[in-house]
Design a protein around this ligand. Structure first.
Ligand SMILES: *Cc1c(COP(=O)(O)O)cnc(C)c1O
Length: 489
């Protein structure tokens, strides 16, 4: 590991060479071979532009927009663009946040704090809602009511039945991250309105492509219902610019249907001797860099550019879905109606071995563990860059499935029955060793752990099979323990 604080400063050229070497251990952010984490429009020159824009504002501080009106202007422009794209009206307001999780935490906070009369506030979501809602509920001490879905979509009847007098918010997805399907938002929003509770649409993942996909569809497709602020009852919506707006990481937008709805999102404090703090978002000091980069990205691509990118993405999704459907041993698990292809394997094809076999061929997919009555699946986030790689993927998929079938299912070493309380650092280290997992990273790569197949962590099928068999609370404890093992200087 290199020293972040050498006794004597090191020349810039050397530092950049070190950084490039460390980056060499990462999965590829460009080229359409990584189906999660990254969003690549494959547009020449866009990275350079975003980088230059970032550099103009990286030392600007979003803490005080009166000191840095450039940032206020850029934020207002981004919010206005999002409002226009997502059915906002003249009353729509919003905030620029650092990411989807922050947008969702703030949507939950705004709902909670709008109801000071409720002492034990509750949030209703379908079981397919993003994990960030569970995090928001945990951080904010709001009770989370998770409602089973029907055919992977929120079930309006069951959602209505879950509303209590303490419910402050109902939240659903457009589309869901895991399966890429859109919840029946007009029906659900009407239910929330009838109960006089707020209704949030989590369009963090697909909010910047869904309007274009709907525009491309020659007739309204049953899978793509109205989903935005134009739907009666929708009080807020979130969209990540660092996903399908193709901006560099660190920018999301939370829109509210009116200023009154946004008020309880703000935090202001004058009870100390320093400056009066007024924060619309969680961070106080924050860089203008990501905001300037997002502004440049939107202006460079433009509305017509996003429509073209959606068409390219759509074509990649259709071709990928066809490849899955025509390959013996795998099948689509969810309808490929947006920008996700979610597949599963037939008997005799071990899904986690298949993930490794794909990784060995340079395709990095995201395994999703079994949950409730759902089997494990493979998630592919499809972006415009994928279209060029689809033919090669189709060939490799067929080959990888054949190899996987020939290998047979993974055989696990005998494991003791574990409970979350038993998870200690020593146990994690021993378990990792017995599963052939490296835990010394030497500065390489991130954790998360479950899809680094073929990367620095070696083959992952054994680890993923153990995690898949573990109940959710044990899985959480195992992965937290593993991450903690990695995060040591
Ligand atoms: C990515 C995502 C989030 C969380 O966003 P981050 O930017 O990772 O914090 C929330 N909801 C959905 C549907 C997402 O896809």
């Amino acid at each position: 590991m290199t020293d972040a604080l050498p006794a004597k400063g090191v020349p810039g050229e050397q530092i950049l060479a070190e950084l490039r070497e460390m980056r060499g251990a990462d999965l590829p952010t460009h080229g359409g071979r990584l189906f999660a984490y990254v969003y690549d429009p494959a547009l020449d020159g866009l990275d350079d532009l975003a980088r230059a824009a970032h550099a103009t504002s990286d030392h600007v501080n979003g803490l005080d927009p009166t000191a840095f009106p450039s940032l206020l202007a850029m934020e207002n422009a981004l919010v206005a663009a999002a409002a226009r794209l997502l059915g906002g009206g003249s009353e729509t307001v919003g905030s620029v946040t650092s990411g989807g999780t922050e947008s969702l935490i703030l949507a939950v906070k705004a709902a909670r704090d709008s109801r000071p009369d409720i002492t034990r506030p509750r949030l209703v979501v379908p079981s397919t809602a993003h994990a960030a809602f569970a995090k928001a509920a945990h951080y904010l001490r709001v009770e989370l009511d998770t409602v089973p879905v029907r055919d992977l979509r929120a079930d309006p009847q069951a959602m209505a039945a879950a509303i209590t007098p303490e419910t402050v918010l109902m939240a659903v997805s457009a589309p869901s991250y895991a399966h890429g399907v859109v919840d029946p938002i007009p029906e659900l929003a009407a239910i929330a309105a009838a109960h006089n509770i707020r209704f949030h649409v989590d369009a963090c993942f697909g909010g910047w492509i869904l309007p274009y996909l709907r525009r491309l569809a020659s007739s309204p497709t049953p899978g793509l219902p109205d989903f935005d602020l134009s739907v009666p009852g929708v009080t807020s919506i979130s969209v990540d610019l660092h996903k399908y707006a193709y901006a560099p990481k660190g920018v999301s937008i939370l829109l509210h249907a009116s200023e009154e709805l946004r008020r309880s999102q703000y935090f202001a404090y004058a009870g100390w001797p320093g400056y009066t703090m007024v924060n619309p978002v969680i961070s106080s000091t924050r860089s203008g860099g990501p905001i300037a980069a997002a502004y440049a990205t939107l202006r460079s691509i433009g509305d017509e550019g996003y429509l073209d990118l959606a068409a390219t993405t759509r074509s990649a999704v259709t071709t990928l879905a066809a490849a899955v459907e025509t390959t013996d041993g795998v099948r689509l698990f969810a309808p490929a109606e947006t920008s996700v292809v979610c597949l599963t394997t037939d008997d005799g094809v071990d899904l986690f071995v298949l993930v490794d076999e794909l990784a060995a061929r340079g395709w990095h997919t995201q395994p999703q563990m079994a949950f409730a009555d759902l089997p494990p699946t493979i998630h592919l986030t499809v972006t415009a860059a994928v279209r060029a790689t689809v033919p090669a993927f189709a060939t490799d998929l067929a080959e990888a499935v054949a190899t996987t079938r020939a290998q047979g299912p993974i055989e696990l070493p005998p494991l003791p029955p574990l409970t979350p309380e038993m998870i200690t650092p020593d146990l994690i280290a021993a378990l990792a060793a017995s599963l052939g997992l490296r835990t010394s990273t030497n500065g390489a790569g991130a954790a998360g752990g479950s899809n680094k197949a073929g990367g620095d962590f070696g083959r992952m099928a054994a680890v993923n099979s153990v995690l898949n068999a573990a109940p959710p609370m044990l899985r959480e404890a195992l992965l937290a323990g593993f991450l903690s093992l990695l995060q040591r200087p």
